[in-house]
Design a protein around this ligand. Structure first.
Ligand SMILES: [Zn+2]
Ligand SMILES: [Zn+2]
Length: 198
């Protein structure tokens, strides 16, 4: 995103009812603002959605009947907004295993789960400055050309009638051999993209 000039430093973590807005960069936008506006101006919509969410949770816990019998008026959570960089885990109330949200780059959303917590052990890295520690990093996956199965794929086509698969991965050589004759494209009713890795 930085390369194509589309990088947006804004983002937030939503943990329970707290929006932790990433406002480290002066140009970052407070993404929670329109949500608070919506909560204020479309209270009934918000309440209706919240009822669905709570009803779903109750169903999972097989308490649906109890929920339906319960005539108490549902209340929306009291959402708050804080600066992410000024907020520590000990300032937040969170539940292990609950699904939280990380939103950045407009509307790219990731599910965040705090899986476990424990006291520090003597074998752990003791320096505070080294945290957060990365304990897992998914490996980049490079695909091979679906045709020769030798070279790395550099192009991927979609809805390509002469291709083996859809989508289909090609090295430069196989891509040109299949799609070009005497330097001109044989057919163009397909989409092609550069392929790097996934
Ligand atoms: Zn993302
Ligand atoms: Zn190839």
């Amino acid at each position: 995103m930085k390369k194509v000039g589309q990088y947006d430093p804004s983002g937030y973590f939503l943990v329970e009812d707290v929006f932790c807005n990433d406002t480290r960069e002066p140009s970052a936008i407070d993404y929670s603002k329109p949500i608070f506006k919506w909560l204020e101006h479309c209270r009934n919509d918000a309440l209706e959605k919240w009822e669905f969410i709570v009803a779903g949770e109750q169903q999972q816990h097989q308490k649906q009947k109890a929920f339906l019998d319960n005539n108490e008026k549902l209340q929306l959570p009291r959402f708050k907004a804080v600066h992410m960089q000024k907020t520590r885990f000990c300032d937040l109330g969170f539940r292990l295993g609950a699904g939280y949200l990380y939103c950045h780059q407009g509307d790219c959303k990731h599910l965040i789960v705090i899986r476990d917590m424990r006291l520090i052990h003597p074998e752990d890295v003791q320096s505070r400055a080294s945290y957060p520690l990365i304990t897992f990093q998914s490996k980049l996956r490079f695909r091979k050309c679906s045709i020769c199965k030798i070279y790395k794929a550099t192009k991927v086509t979609v809805d390509d009638k002469w291709a083996l698969e859809n989508p289909c991965y090609f090295c430069d050589l196989c891509y040109y051999m299949l799609h070009y004759a005497n330097g001109s494209l044989l057919y163009s009713d397909f989409s092609v993209y550069d392929y790097l890795h996934e």
